[in-house]
Design a protein around this ligand. Structure first.
Ligand code: GLP
Length: 263
C-alpha cells in the first residue's frame, strides 16, 4: 500500500485528482473499452471531484468513455432527497462533466427487492469488465463505503445496518437529527472494492487520525474494514497532515521518504 502525505486538504485533493486523471487518460478509453471508475460520497472526496471538474473544464480530461459505479446508497431515502447519494453525485460531480447518464450506476435503495438489486449490481460491474480504479473515503471508525466494523472482509454488495457511530457522524447532513438518518444502506462489499484493479482512498482531518493509524500501522482487521487494503496489490491512501496525527513517527517519516520525488 502506498501512503501519500500531503500538507493540506487542497494538496491532497490535487494529488488524487492528478492520479485519477492520469489513469483515465493513459487508458485511452473508448465506447467499447471504457474506463470503469468507482465513486464515493462524503465530504472527503469533494476536493477531488472539484479538481477533476476543473480538469474537464480546462479541456484536459473527458468522461465521455468513463463508466461509474457508486459505492453505496441509503435504503428508503427518496432518490430526489437532497442527502441521497444520487443527489450528491449529480450535484457535486456528474452535472459538471461530460459523463453519459447511461454510464452512471448508483444502487437503488428503493428497489422493490433489495437483495436482487445488490446481486444485479455485482453482475453489472462484472459485465463492465470490473472496476479499474475505485476511489473512496474512510469513516472515522475505519469503514469503507458502508462496511461497518465487523463486516466480512470478503463481502460483496449487500444491505447493511448502520452503526450508531455512523448515524451520529452522518446526522450532520440531516439537521443533526439522528432520527432523520436512514438506518440501513446498500453498499458494495470489501470484496467488491478488493476486486478493483486499483484503489485510491482519501483521508483527511484529525477526526480520521485514529482510523488511519489502524489502517496503516495496525493489523488487517474486520474492526477497521479499510485495513483490508493492506492486502490489495495496488492501493493508495492519500492523506493530509492532520490525518497522520496518530501514526508513529517512524511510519510517518518512512512514507515521506519513500514517496519523495514520486507523483
Ligand atoms: C459515509 C460513506 C463513506 C464515507 C464516510 C466518510 O459513511 N458511506 O463512503 O467514506 O461517510 O465521510 P466523510 O468523507 O464525510 O468523512
Amino acid at each position: 500500500m502506498r501512503v501519500i502525505i500531503e500538507p493540506t486538504y487542497e494538496r491532497l485533493s490535487q494529488w488524487a485528482a492528478n492520479y485519477v486523471a492520469k489513469r483515465i487518460i493513459e487508458s485511452k478509453p473508448t465506447p467499447s473499452k471504457p474506463f470503469v471508475l468507482g465513486c464515493p460520497t462524503g465530504s472527503s472526496p469533494l476536493g477531488l471531484y472539484n479538481e477533476l471538474i476543473k480538469k474537464y473544464q480546462a479541456g484536459e480530461l473527458s468522461f465521455e468513455n468513463v463508466v461509474t459505479f457508486n459505492m453505496d446508497e441509503y435504503v428508503h431515502l427518496p432518490e430526489e432527497h437532497p442527502e441521497s447519494y444520487h443527489s450528491f453525485m449529480w450535484k457535486n460531480f456528474f452535472s459538471h462533466i461530460d459523463i453519459k447518464k447511461e454510464n452512471v450506476h448508483i444502487l437503488n435503495g428503493n428497489a422493490p427487492d433489495l437483495v436482487a438489486e445488490c446481486e444485479a449490481y455485482e453482475k453489472a460491474i462484472e459485465k463492465a469488465g470490473g472496476i479499474d480504479l475505485f476511489m473512496g473515503g474512510v469513516g472515522p471508525d475505519g469503514h469503507l463505503a458502508f462496511n461497518e466494523p465487523g463486516s466480512s472482509l470478503t463481502s460483496k454488495t449487500r444491505i447493511k445496518t448502520l452503526t450508531t457511530d455512523t448515524i451520529i457522524a452522518n446526522s450532520r447532513f440531516f439537521d443533526y437529527d439522528m432520527n432523520l438518518v436512514p438506518k440501513q444502506a446498500l453498499t458494495v462489499g470489501i470484496g467488491t472494492v478488493m476486486a478493483a484493479k486499483e484503489v485510491l482512498l482519501v483521508c483527511n482531518g484529525h477526526h480520521k487520525a485514529r482510523a488511519l493509524q489502524h489502517i496503516v500501522d495496525g493489523e488487517v482487521s474486520h474492526k477497521w474494514t479499510a485495513s483490508m487494503l493492506q492486502m490489495h496489490p495496488h492501493a493508495i491512501l492519500v492523506c493530509d497532515e492532520a490525518a497522520c496525527d496518530e501514526l508513529t513517527v517512524g511510519t510517518y517519516k518512512y512514507y515521506l521518504d519513500k514517496e519523495r520525488g514520486n507523483l
